[in-house]
Ligand binder design. Sequence first.
Ligand SMILES: [Zn+2]
Length: 480
Amino acid sequence: MASTGLELSTLGHRIRHRRTQAALTLDDLGALVGVAGSQLSLIENGKREPKLSLLQAIAEATGTQVSDLISGEPPNGRAALEIELERAQNSSVFRQLGIAPIRVTKGMSDATIESILGLHRELVRRESEAIATPEEARRANTELRLRMRAQNNHLPDIEQLAEKQLKAAGHVSGALTHRTVNIMAERLGFELIYVDDLPHSTRSVTDLEHGRIYLPPASIPGGHGLRSMALQAMAHRLLGHTPPTSYADFLQQRLEINYFAACCLIPETAGTAFLQQAKKDRNLAVEDFRDAFGVTHEAAGMRMTNLMTVHLGMSLHFLRVDETGAITRVYENDDLPLPMDVTGAVEGQPVCQRFSARIAFTQHNRTTEHYQYTDTPAGTYWCSTQTGSSTDGGFSVTVGVPFDDARWWRGRETSHRAQSTCPDESCCRRAPADIAERWSGKAWPSARVHTHMFSPLPRGNFPGVDDGEVYEFLDRHASQ
Ligand SMILES: [Zn+2]
């Protein structure tokens, strides 16, 4: 039944509409249904939820059906305006201003309400424009990273939710199949549909009305990307997400859906058992973890950060670095010294040239992992790096641990060793004195502008997404 404030407000308007149509005052109707007029007034104003028996009595007394009263539609244009105004005045954007809300009276004209609503809409528009300045985005991103670090990159609620969903869909062990992902979707009332005209600004689109999740075409059967995208789309529903109201909110949701997909692809119980056995055998390796669960090297490495501190008591770091040396994805709880800008942001910063993450690009044999010990001002770390390439160019994925924990990993016997003194500039950012002198004043490089994730997002109902494109896309497919 009606439960949220909004539904109660619509219900109230519908009752008032029926009462006035029946030419009854509050007290008249109260007498007919056996409650005080003041009680009815509270219900009509959406301040109180009526019992079903009272609703039945009201429906009877006003010559209608309960189903009519609880319909979600505003009863008329005026009520629609009043409901929208109530919603606007209840929004956090408006309440932050500390301005007293307007009480709508009978005598207030529709034009007046329209005009106030116009101001509210403009307020929301301006607010969402301001949401994602690059500074705000960086700050939100850094806060989220620190929060996740404080909980060892582990979200137990989502772990449990994923295990429950997998079990219900009949998944037992090993790699998660497309078939099982389909069953999970069906259980949620969704059909997975692969289309080649998804809006450019989206990775998937969900049609809530017809229960469809649209995904890009399955061009590489068996790839881990499609399962992951389908799982992420489902996660929005399973986790009860509503359109994000801030960039921080947007990032949090993005993290949660990624996390849910990761939990499904490598479930906590099975993944932890695998890692514990590998540790016992002193044979931990990202590539084995990757192959056992049929995921990408990046997904396997990142998943280790979710499980290894909590379940194996091991601190570690994860780095994804592009060919220019810039960090594109990062996690650490082992105090590895990372480059940082003044706002505390790590993403987009160039990692030390002596780190395994960059040395790996210079290796001749890049089909296997590169192992390396690196001495840093914070101690010695052992790292394992795999290089790969994507449409955006080459990248490397590194998982590493403090020296003492290297003994559990395959590759610990490596003779590769490097010294890093970063952030000291003389480590790797300054050329040797003779070369610097030779070229000083004789070089003029032109900078390449980085387009990282911190560009402001287009405004709209969904940050980063072009609504119009999405609505037209759904319209095109809904009739098929
Ligand atoms: Zn360095």
